[in-house]
Design a protein around this ligand. Sequence first.
Ligand code: F6P
Length: 346
Amino acid sequence: MDNLPKTDYMYICVYKIQNKCNIMEIKTIGVLTSGGDAPGMNACIRAVTRAAIYQHWKVYGIYRGWEGLINDEVRELTTESVSNTIQRGGTILKTARSEEFRKPEGRKKAHETLVKYGIDALIVIGGNGSLSGALELAKEYDFPVIGLPGTIDNDLYGTDSTIGYDTALNTIVQCVDKIRDTATSHDRIFFVEVMGRDAGFLTQNSAIAAGAEAAIIPEDCTDIDQLATFIGRGIRKSKNSSIVLVSEKDGGAMHYADRVRKEYPQYDVRVSILGHLQRGGTPTAYDRILSSRLGVAAIEALNEGQRNIMVGIKNDQIVYVPIARAIKWDKPIDKELIHVLGVLSI
Ligand code: F6P
């Protein structure tokens, strides 16, 4: 912990002192995955399970996220339950987006299940919505939760990377490499739509990695028209084909393709929406290692009395971020990434 950046380190110290009075002995934990699945979630479930058993704690897997907690879909996990899972995409615990958990009655039922199984603390692997739910439950019932950032979107504040982001990035780059073959052969402009909800991390970084001509991301949507900028740079001056990666928000690739067809009819335009294939597949080594480190760190954080934090990674060091901050604070895109793509796409 001494290697942590000072601000994070100071924060952790303060947070631990604030929570010291609540330190309790943990004997049993629950783990669930919630929201969109992400490659590496299984590696994380495995790490949480084995690290907890290493502490001689009992582990319950909760199936289908908050829905499963409400509907009592709970099963004990052993070291064997998580064998042969580190390499698998998706989540063996299944996942869901729960409307019922948004309501106090839903959370009441969820809490009753926790009490029924004697669960002392809950590990929640998921994105923004899932960690918001975890915080609600924690506050309403004074229940210890630890969040782990599991989403391909990489949009949680306080962590450099989220579980699944690296795998999705590599998947997108592989797809764009293939699209490039046909775009070049036909001298076409391709608008390729990338996931990320409100965040442009996947779009911006896959554009750099795939050598795309431009990226259109929500974070760069000021009053400057990104499409006009791209066209204005002269897309066809030196190249006969172009690849533009577009974040899914606000009409995505279709919106920009329609505009080009209307405003610049001289260009031959196609759209490719990558869709849910971005969420599947075997996790990269980076995601497996990240998931394993975060899973072990979550158990160790609980053991030292932490609660209501998200465990993340900053400058390759484990950090604790209050969940409230991880979900509410904006995670900015480094302007340098926008500059790099601009320079390299001439
Ligand atoms: O949050 C992960 C994510 O894949 C987003 O990138 C995307 O906007 C959303 O989930 C899609 O959700 P669903 O699978 O419910 O359609």
